[in-house]
Design a protein around this ligand. Structure first.
Ligand code: AP5
Length: 190
């Protein structure tokens, strides 16, 4: 199995690159943000609980997110692997993911962190907010999402660095240029 953590701040291009990577490597897209937005649109009990966190740009509690991930891991029969997009987002989530994969006789091959400066992140997200109406793409919420990333999520890098699985990739350029950089890293680590 090939399991990749695609990591980076809000707007760094995780979702965009994940779509291309799942096609190239035949992987399952594990986007916790997409699963939460679907639950919100269906108004499930999880969606109702999660909405207030997403609207503020805060993290949904680990327990809810971990349960979603377990459900999707176990729903896939004989997968080639997973792209984890937006998960893990806390050191606690990273430890749980390691244990979940160990229990399933597999592991993370590489954690790829997309590097993009704050000004570019804000510009990308404001543009998407204008074009798509995504409710958390407004300036005050974007700023909080970035602050939460720096406080709670950035330390996850250290977890993967200790296991020599962390690789940083320049996330500025065209989508295809960035994709090529990511593919080079994956092909060295798989
Ligand atoms: P989530 O959906 O994961 O959002 P995010 O991390 O804020 O990421 P984005 O989707 O905004 O950005 P991205 O890096 O995927 O970039 P994208 O490709 O979309 O999480 C949303 C919320 O859910 C969280 O705030 C939290 O509340 C909750 N949540 C989710 N996971 C959780 C977890 N594990 N634990 C707890 N809570 C969780 O690109 C962004 C824009 O830029 C797009 O318009 C795109 O077209 C554009 N773009 C992409 N690449 C380029 C490029 N190279 N040049 C120019 N523009 C580009």
């Amino acid at each position: 199995m090939l399991n990749i953590v695609l990591f980076g701040p809000p707007g760094s291009g995780k979702g965009t690159q994940a779509e291309k990577l799942i096609r190239k490597y035949g992987l399952i897209h594990m986007s916790t943000g997409d699963i939460l937005r679907e639950a919100i649109s269906k108004k499930t009990p999880l969606g109702v609980r999660a909405k207030e966190y997403l609207d503020k740009g805060e993290l949904v509690p680990d327990e809810d997110v971990v349960n979603m991930v377990i459900k999707k891991l176990d729903a896939e029969k004989d997968p080639n692997g997973f792209i984890f997009d937006g998960f893990p987002r806390t050191c606690g989530q990273a430890r749980v993911l390691r244990n979940l994969l160990t229990d399933r006789n597999t592991r993370i091959n590489v954690m790829i962190a997309l590097e993009v400066q704050e000004e570019e992140l804000i510009n990308r997200l404001l543009k998407r907010g204008r074009e798509s109406g995504r409710s958390d793409d407004q300036l005050s919420v974007i700023k909080n999402r970035i602050a939460v990333y720096e406080r709670d999520t950035y330390p996850v890098i250290d977890f993967y660095q200790k296991m020599r699985k962390y690789r940083s990739v320049n996330g500025v350029g065209t989508v295809d240029e960035i994709f090529q950089r990511i593919v080079e890293v994956i092909d060295q680590m798989k």
